[in-house]
Design a protein around this ligand. Structure first.
Ligand code: PGU
Length: 404
């Protein structure tokens, strides 16, 4: 018999969102007539913009002709798209050769684990996007260092307290806390990485949601970051590509391993071996998204989601809840004090028919919090607000004891 990969023993039975889905399904089975409103998974609800949708149609028609047909593209992605990303997101401070187009940020996070392998030690923010941890557990692992990120430290680790690790994962704007790192915070981390010979894996999947012009949208806005940081990003949230799939990873050519070997060269080797390039259709859609019209249309959708965030924030504030995030990020992180996140989740689902994401699903320091996503339709957000206004107790105290 084939032996099971022992690393899987370290994982919880389900990944966070399938676990939420499992509980929702069980409740619906018992209560088929109840309408549940989900502010849980960060999945987009607004249609593709007209410019993107037209391009997808045009491209698929072209593919149906002899002249327009195309097979495999370069594994790293179309040069024209890499150039556009370099221009729009990095003002040409990153070269197109340093950008690897992919089928999404989540997939790249997995590939980066293969790049560094089992021997690399990692540190993550706690709470954190669970994929950094689970993908590390799958490749095999040194103990993972969890860096508490709570209201007490403005959800950002103190560089003076960082352990000696090879890789530090940072996500800003943060999933789940909705906090956004300042330039000063990133500067301190970049200089820590340089001093300690560490690399930073920076997840900027929500950068387009930053409203405050003083907050950095990329780690490469920090001098010297190109020597120590990889940046992962995605079209999923800002362009509505959660289903279409398209992301990218920046591997600066200056990044080096201990013996001065090139990280870029190894990543190229990995990508050309394991990946045959993102879909040509997605890439055409992404180029359209970055056209002048495309960017304008996308901005309107971003504004729409951020209005959702402020509507939820307002409703929760009136009820006296302590809320973080939702200003430069599409997530709100709500503090319920001593309560257990999964119990709260269950209680709110059963009593008020709202689905949220339990904070403890993102790490121990997420206990007592719930995450609210602002990616819903306006109709759903308004329904959710009505539920909060009419069914939720005014404050945390009124909620206890939970009947579970
Ligand atoms: N990075 C972060 C920080 C994310 O929150 C997500 C999606 C991704 C990457 C994935 O990007 P793709 O380009 O679409 O692969 N997080 C969502 C969806 C759940 C999930 O498992 O990815 C969320 O609700 O947290």
């Amino acid at each position: 018999m084939v032996k099971r990969n022992p690393n899987f023993k370290s994982l919880s039975e389900n990944y966070l969102f399938p676990e939420v889905a499992r509980r929702v399904k069980a409740f619906k089975h018992q209560n088929p007539h109840v309408e549940l409103i989900s502010l849980s998974i960060g999945d987009t609800s607004q249609p593709l913009s007209a410019t993107i949708s037209k391009m997808l149609k045009k491209k698929s028609e072209e593919l149906g002709t002899h002249a327009g047909y195309h097979g495999y593209g370069p594994e790293q992605g179309a040069l024209s798209l890499r150039k556009k990303i370099a221009h729009v997101f990095y003002s040409d401070t990153i070269s197109p050769e340093e950008i690897f187009i992919s089928d999404g940020a989540k997939c790249d996070i997995g590939r980066l684990q293969l790049l560094f392998g089992a021997q690399a030690s990692i540190a993550v923010q706690d709470p954190t996007y669970p994929v950094y941890v689970d993908s590390k557990l799958i490749v095999g692992c040194h103990p993972i260092a969890y860096l508490p990120c709570t209201p007490q430290n403005n959800f950002f680790p103190d560089p003076k307290l960082l352990p000696a690790v090879d890789l530090l994962y940072l996500c800003s704007p943060n999933n789940p806390t909705g906090s956004t790192a300042t330039k000063e915070q990133l500067k301190s981390i970049v200089s820590w990485a340089k001093k300690n010979g560490a690399l930073i894996v920076y997840d900027a999947a929500y950068a387009a949601f930053i409203q405050d012009p003083d907050l950095p949208k990329s780690i490469y806005e920090i001098a010297g970051a190109k020597e120590v940081a990889i940046e992962v990003s995605s079209f999923s949230k800002f362009a509505g590509f959660t289903g279409i799939r398209l992301g990218w990873t920046v591997i600066p050519k200056g990044l080096r391993f201990e013996q001065y070997e090139s990280v870029h060269q190894d990543y190229t080797r990995l990508i050309t071996t394991f990946f045959n390039g993102a879909s040509i259709l997605s890439q055409a859609g992404a180029e359209a998204a970055l056209s002048e019209n495309g960017l304008e249309e996308i901005q309107r959708t971003i504004n729409f989601y951020m209005e959702n965030a402020s509507l939820i924030r307002h409703a929760l504030q009136i009820k006296g809840y302590k809320i973080y995030g939702g200003m430069n990020a599409p997530y709100l992180w709500v503090d319920f004090g001593e309560k257990k996140s999964w119990e709260l989740f269950q209680h709110l689902m059963e009593e008020t028919h709202l689905i949220t994401t339990p904070g403890s699903g993102f790490g121990l320091c997420g206990e007592g919090f719930l995450r609210f996503s602002a990616f819903g339709t306006r109709q759903n957000i308004q329904k959710a607000i009505k539920h909060i206004e009419t069914k939720w107790p005014r404050s945390l105290e009124l909620m206890s004891p939970l009947p579970i």
